[in-house]
Design a protein around this ligand. Structure first.
Ligand code: ADP
Length: 706
């Protein structure tokens, strides 16, 4: 941990062993947001002045959290807010144009939505019974002829009348409603207004940009059977949109990249007119013929998305947004900010009901925050990812105990199981998983004695509530739990793919660190995936005199190669002429008469980016001048025409890769030194110029710089 903090400074301003000694976090969401003070102030001012805002930033930096926090505040400061109710009424003159009204306060005559009378209802049992008796009587009379007796004649007439009546009733109940219209089959219930929405506090309504119905409202289809029942009058089929529910409050639309252009137009209209009618959105539905009057929707719009998502917004809508606020994805690594990170850890523990964390685990989280920020000097603000890591570490901490309860499974049994798995299971992968599991089992055994001291046995556990178990067992999220999350890379897909790639290919790679010096062979460093892990790449250059000069490239993009060859040519000439490299004839160092082969050996995707230029250049110089390069180092750095070595990205991942492959030294640009988080186990050589490196990397030690 010593590496992470400045001399004489503590990790946090407060001393503790575990986080349960620390004070509770504030319950107010606004106090829980860390590292985004500037953005938060702008959002608050925007909302106060009813200005529309757009929040932009990486995923998980707290955009939604910020809006939720603002929502909490406006709910509480609803002093000048008058509650209102939105009602839908039938339009007797034009049933397809129901009337939606906003009334202040509570609507007293609240009506329940009950089945309208026009609705088709099943014929009653009595009707069916009469129908059946009458039907049987009539058919028997018809077959036998009408009776002569007077009494029987009366019965027959009554049967015929009953049959006719029952038939009419059944016909009306089955088909009557379909024909019913508002003017000729109105029940009193259908004339009553329906309460669509009651707003008691200043609202914050959230909707995703792609959810058109939720955003703009809709009119439900009136199907034959199903819901709503057939014959439901249009005003009872209206669904309010989020834009209407956000009236006098905030409408928060996230995922802006998914917002269809026509929806953007509707929102623009709503912003301009402060009202928008609702009509059925599905052209094939009976709802499509229904349209309400314009319904008030005077809201403050807050949208959010990633930086690139802005391109999806149409210019007129973008123009209406007063504030475009960019949230940060990193903050400086100061004690004040580490304290904020600690506050974040405590919040996550409390908000998600996790186990407390030890001091060492908190320090490890700080280290991960540095790694994710790509620099010792910075801490990531992509806190969702950090939150996920904390939650997974908690699961692992709990898993240890759950394992105690559910099994005492021996290592042998585990292995037996692995052998009966289907053939397509990757055995290596499995072994590594088994390795991790076995390690945990070993640790469990070590911990077992200690746990016995707490006096809780597996059977006892059923007697205690979750909270009590937590208290008694004193499970803590420890450093090892956090580390196992990081080492498996389970918090990121790209990380897992990269780890898997490295595990599979490392052993096949022809990389021999610290071998004897070789001409034209050098080890460069790369990062796999956007937040993947570092890897070592072997670069080989062969140069031969040729009557057909040219360049042959393997696994290297033309641009990078061309760039490196030009640099190598210019710089080798310069160093030779300055006597810094062994003197050769002009002809010998004229690349125009040579055939050059450059290979990024065993690289399965083409290498681009210029962080390999220094390595490629040294490899070309070595081949050109036939001076062997030492093999105990790996190098990363981008080169300019003056021979300066410039900063590169992913320096920590690259250093780790060099360490993992067993190199003794790693050369990095001096300007990247502030980013280095962990220098244990390898000598890190900062370099400003290529010239400085020459005596360090070439075998001929008589070469000097200056
Ligand atoms: P976004 O909307 O930017 O994708 P969220 O607001 O959904 O990110 O953040 C997800 C979670 O990450 C939050 O619920 C919170 O736990 C944590 N988080 C993100 N940013 C912050 C922050 N600035 N301060 C505290 N916690 C944060």
């Amino acid at each position: 941990m010593k590496n992470n903090i400045l001399k004489g400074e503590y990790m946090f301003s407060i001393k503790f062993k575990t986080t349960d000694e620390l004070p509770e976090p504030s319950p107010r969401l606004i106090d829980q947001i860390i590292g985004q003070d500037e953005a938060l102030n702008i959002v608050l001012s925007a909302v106060k002045n009813k200005r529309h805002a757009l929040l932009l930033g990486d995923p998980g930096v707290g955009k939604s959290m910020m809006v939720k926090a603002v929502g909490e505040l406006i709910e509480k400061s609803s002093t000048d807010f008058k509650p209102y109710t939105i009602l839908a009424k039938p339009n007797l003159k034009n049933p397809e144009k129901p009337i939606v009204e906003l009334v202040e306060g509570h609507y007293e005559e609240k009506v329940e939505i009950i089945k309208p009378s026009m609705v088709r209802q099943p014929p009653s049992i009595l009707t069916i019974l009469i129908f059946m008796i009458a039907f049987t009587a009539i058919t028997s009379y018809l077959m036998k002829g009408l009776p002569d007796s007077k009494v029987l004649g009366i019965i027959a007439t009554v049967s015929i009348v009953a049959f006719a009546l029952a038939f009419v009733i059944i016909f009306l109940t089955v088909f009557g409603a379909t024909k019913g219209s508002m003017s000729n089959a109105v029940s009193p219930m259908d004339l009553k207004p329906v309460v669509l929405y009651e707003c008691k506090k200043r609202p914050l309504v959230r909707a995703s940009a792609y959810n058109v119905t939720k955003l703009l409202g809709d009119v439900k289809h009136c199907p034959l059977g199903g819901k709503p029942p057939l014959g439901t009058p249009p005003h009872k089929r209206i669904i309010l949109g989020a834009i209407h529910e956000a009236h006098k409050g905030i409408l928060y639309v996230d995922e802006i990249k998914t917002m269809p252009p026509e929806v953007q137009d509707y929102i623009l209209t709503a912003l301009q007119d402060k009202c928008l009618a609702i009509s059925g959105r599905n052209p094939n539905s009976s709802g499509a013929t229904v349209e309400t009057n314009p319904i008030p929707c005077d809201f403050t719009l807050i949208m959010s998305g990633n930086m690139d998502d802005v391109n999806n917004l149409r210019a007129p809508l973008l123009d209406r947004i007063d504030y475009k606020i960019v949230l940060k994805n990193k903050m400086e690594n100061t004690q004040e900010n580490r304290d904020k990170l600690l506050q974040f850890i405590i919040q996550e523990i409390r908000n998600n009901n996790l186990h407390p964390m030890t001091y060492e685990a908190c320090c490890e989280i700080v280290k991960i925050a540095q790694l994710l920020a790509g620099s010792k000097d910075r801490l990531t603000l992509r806190l969702r990812r950090l939150s996920n890591i904390i939650k997974m570490a908690n699961d692992i901490a709990m898993g240890k105990n759950i394992k105690d309860i559910i099994n005492e499974m021996s290592e042998e049994e585990n292995i037996k199981k692995s052998e009966t798995l289907p053939v397509n299971v990757d055995k290596d992968k499995l072994k590594s998983i088994m390795g991790v599991l076995n390690k945990i089992t070993e640790k469990d055994k070590e911990n077992k004695e200690e746990k016995e001291k707490t006096g809780i046995t597996a059977t006892d556990k059923t007697k205690y509530s979750k909270k009590e178990i937590k208290e008694k067992e004193k499970i803590y999220i420890d450093r090892e739990h956090v580390l196992s999350v990081v080492n498996t890379g389970i918090y990121s897909m790209t990380k897992q793919v990269a780890i898997d790639y490295l595990r599979n290919f490392k052993r096949y790679k022809n990389i021999v660190p610290n071998d004897s010096p070789k001409v034209g062979v050098i080890y460069g460093l790369a990062v796999l995936g956007s937040d993947g892990i570092g890897d070592v790449t072997k670069i080989i250059t062969q140069i031969v005199d040729s009557k057909n000069p040219g360049t042959h490239l393997l696994n290297i993009t033309g641009d990078l190669a061309k760039h490196s060859i030009t640099l190598a040519s210019a710089l080798s000439k310069k160093y030779v002429s300055e006597g810094k490299l062994p003197l050769k004839s002009e002809e010998e160092i004229d690349l125009n008469s040579k055939e050059i082969y450059i290979q990024f050996s065993q690289s399965y995707s083409k290498i681009d980016g210029d962080s390999a230029t220094a390595a490629v250049c040294l490899s070309i110089i070595s081949s050109l001048l036939k001076i062997p390069l030492k093999q105990d180092f790996a190098i990363t750095g981008s080169l300019d025409l003056n021979g300066n070595i410039l900063a590169i990205g992913g320096v920590n991942e690259k250093i780790n890769a060099a360490k993992e492959y067993g190199f003794k030294r790693v050369i990095i640009p001096e300007s990247n030194m502030i980013d280095v988080i962990d220098s244990e186990g390898i000598t890190i050589i900062p370099a400003k110029t290529l010239e400085e490196i020459i005596p360090l990397v070439f075998e001929n030690t008589s070469l000097k710089s200056n």
